[in-house]
Design a protein around this ligand. Structure first.
Ligand SMILES: [Zn+2]
Length: 174
């Protein structure tokens, strides 16, 4: 099971096992699949498409509002990214924090990247930045709310809320 160490405690996310298993299909890249299928953005929880990047809700989140920022290009790491991609992804960290703060008012954020499977990357071939909202006491909450069905219902609602907030506040403002 994949875990992420946050402060001194682990967020417990058993539904992620399904995600990891799904990713083991050879040659599969869900980010590239989503990018090529623009008609299914709501279904795929693709929040924003920008010139160089894409922002999606993580279908198997560590916490409510867990977003992924990825370059459009299928590249594995920062060394392969160009200046414009690096700059846009950094600005998107700022913009996703704005959108999440307006929508679900987190108390804090974990923002980070995993490179290589040994470091916990579920999709090592296509780099992405994790934006994980945090609330006081959330490590206790998530272990109670572990039903995948409950999570996916709330994902659709959250997607619509983030879309509405983005429109109202002209986000992302790059
Ligand atoms: Zn890809």
């Amino acid at each position: 099971m994949e875990t992420i160490t946050l402060q001194q405690e682990n967020l417990w996310a058993p539904w992620r096992t399904k995600y990891i298993q799904g990713l083991s299909k050879p040659g599969g890249c869900f980010i590239c699949d989503y990018l090529q299928n623009s008609g299914a953005d709501e279904e795929n929880l693709v929040l924003w498409r920008t010139e160089k990047s894409v922002v999606v809700l993580n279908r198997f989140p560590y916490n409510n509002g867990h977003l992924l920022i990825a370059p459009i290009r299928h590249i594995p790491d920062l060394a392969a990214a160009d200046e414009a991609e690096l700059f846009e992804m950094t600005k998107l960290i700022r913009e996703t924090q704005k959108a999440l703060s307006l929508s679900i008012k987190p108390h804090g954020f974990n923002i980070g990247m995993n490179f290589g499977r040994c470091a916990g990357a579920g999709l090592p071939e296509h780099m992405h930045v994790h934006v994980v909202p945090r609330w006081d006491g959330d490590t206790n909450f998530m272990s109670v709310c572990s039903e995948t069905k409950v999570i996916s219902q709330s994902l659709t609602e959250l997607y619509r809320l983030l879309k509405e907030v983005s429109k109202k506040n002209n986000l992302p403002n790059l």
